[in-house]
Design a protein around this ligand. Structure first.
Ligand code: CS2
Length: 498
């Protein structure tokens, strides 16, 4: 293609004016945030907010240093290094139009496995006020069943034995905080941006348990000098595909090796506890609240759980993307009833929120045909997602003797999902740290359905709840003997008759 311009700082002037570019001086940015886990979500969410703050308000104290700790982070490290931290965000509207923005807020990047001490020194640097995290639901290393930090994890063992060359986020942060304490530096905020109920509390619990064992004399300093605000984060951000890269080349002559696609909707609700201050996020729409719990509940139990329902059911039917499932009338009716009948009663009071409007927006967002969110992304690591997104609701509904038909069908469908083959006999890969356990339990469940519920770290004591167990056995029998669409229609019809 002629006139193709590689995305980097030097070429910024030559990039099409149809694309929004940073108008701020990137050399004047102060890096006050170290972000661990630079995936697509971080780039469509926090890094976007920081960019907006720089672009529209001239606030330049919120530069981000991205950090990758996992081997798979090497790819993003190379891309961002080549592109001077720049990348294109493609915001795709419901009507098919999209805006392309070059985001300039990530100004440094360090790849931990290549240079562990550089990461530790960066976090210990006096300018750093916030360490933010997107390390996934499973990344906090807490056992779902016992709630305890998992010291049997070999990487954690390595970090305890070899503190100077850590491998995990806990090892890195501990060493950096130790340096801050020794050097008399100010404290900082650890800001979780993962989809977990009380994500700040969870981050605090995991890190404190690790530090108690690794550096016991650091515990008091952390108590006094580190804050862990809870937050709810939201923006649907699919996996980038080759077509997105091509679109940027064709429409704007930009060669971006890893752009990010996202929906227009974005939300960030945060508790305002930042021990060393924070960027003026409120200027770009971040909501600060006393207690984020109701917002988290609403988002995790409606959006994330809704995603898991559509993903798992859709996978069995043979769909590939969330919009395909969400625009299928049977599935969308099922989803709507799931939200209204089984989730809404568990949400408690949501002052100032128009829940009906929120739920309608969710249906629209799931139906955005331009987002093409892959079902494989949604089903990824379900063993860490299902307990947070669905089982919490199930427990509440059981407590109140309320309807659990749809949640139970989704859990039974998830059991069948782990057979690894859809209704058209196409096989798919199960990507989950617990995949061996899941596959084995699904196999056993053909003869003994309860075998699936015996995965203790996922279901805990739910295996002893007769109401749920009976409902699950009957639902599993149905999903193994009928198409998933028939199962859904049956529930939809019975709901209509009530
Ligand atoms: C998704 C989330 O991973 C999932 O299962 O539900 O990634 C979701 O897209 C984001 O939380 C949206 O904010």
């Amino acid at each position: 293609m002629e006139n193709l311009i590689g995305l980097n700082q030097e070429n910024m002037g030559a990039i099409s004016s149809r694309v929004e570019k940073p108008t701020y001086n990137r050399d004047s940015i102060t890096t006050s945030i170290v972000h661990i886990g630079v995936g697509n979500f971080h780039r469509s969410h926090q890094a976007f907010y920081a960019h907006e703050l720089m672009q529209n308000h001239g606030v330049l104290d919120c530069g981000i240093c991205g950090v990758g700790l996992m081997d798979f982070d090497q790819k993003i490290y190379k891309v961002l290094k080549d592109q001077d931290g720049l990348y294109t965000l493609m915001i795709k509207e419901l009507d098919g139009t999209f805006t392309a923005k070059v985001i300039g807020s990530i100004v440094e990047f360090i790849f931990g496995p290549e240079n562990p001490s550089a990461v530790i020194e960066k976090i210990a640097h006096p300018d750093i006020k916030i360490i933010s995290l997107t390390i996934t639901e499973g990344g906090y290393n807490l056992n779902e069943g016992t709630g305890k930090f998992d010291f049997s994890n070999p990487l954690i063992q390595q970090d305890l034995e070899n503190p100077e060359a850590p491998k995990t986020v806990f090892g890195y942060i501990t060493q950096a905080l130790k340096l801050r304490k020794t050097r008399g530096e100010h404290g900082l905020t650890i800001q979780s941006c993962d989809n977990i109920q009380e994500n700040g509390e969870v981050a605090k619990k995991a890190l404190t348990e690790f530090i108690k064992k690794a550096e016991p004399e650091l515990v008091d300093w952390v108590q006094e000098n580190v804050s862990f605000p809870n937050a709810m984060v939201d923006r649907i951000t699919p996996v980038t595909v080759a077509e997105d890269i091509e679109t940027l080349k064709e429409k704007f002559q930009i060669e971006d090796k890893w752009p990010v696609v996202c929906e227009p909707f974005n939300q960030w609700v945060v508790e305002d506890h930042f021990v060393s201050g924070r960027p003026a996020w409120e200027k770009v729409g971040v909501q600060f609240v006393e207690n984020v719990l109701p917002y988290e509940n609403m988002k995790l139990r409606l959006l994330n759980a809704g995603h898991s329902c559509l993903g798992i059911l859709g996978a069995l039917h043979g769909y590939n993307t969330i919009d395909q499932v969400a625009t299928d009338k049977d599935f969308s009716k099922f989803l709507k009833d799931f939200m209204d009948v089984e989730v809404t009663p568990t949400l408690g009071s949501l002052d100032g929120m128009d829940l009906d409007a929120y739920k309608q927006t969710l249906l629209d967002r799931f139906q955005n045909v331009y987002i093409k969110d892959l079902i494989s992304r949604i089903c990824l690591e379900s063993s860490a997602k299902i307990p947070i997104f669905l089982l919490s609701t199930l427990r509440d509904q059981l407590k109140g003797n309320q309807n659990i038909d749809r949640i139970t069908l989704v859990i039974a469908a998830w059991c069948k999902y782990n057979d690894g083959v859809d209704e058209n006999n196409n096989t798919y890969e199960i990507k989950d740290v617990m995949k061996d356990t899941l596959i084995k339990a699904a196999e056993l469940s053909h003869k003994n359905p309860i075998a699936f519920l015996e995965i203790n770290s996922i279901f805990g004591d739910l295996v002893n709840n007769d109401v749920f167990v009976n409902a699950f056995v009957s639902a599993l029998n149905k999903v193994r003997n009928k198409s998933i669409k028939d199962c859904i229609q049956e529930i939809n019809i019975s709901a209509a008759l009530v």
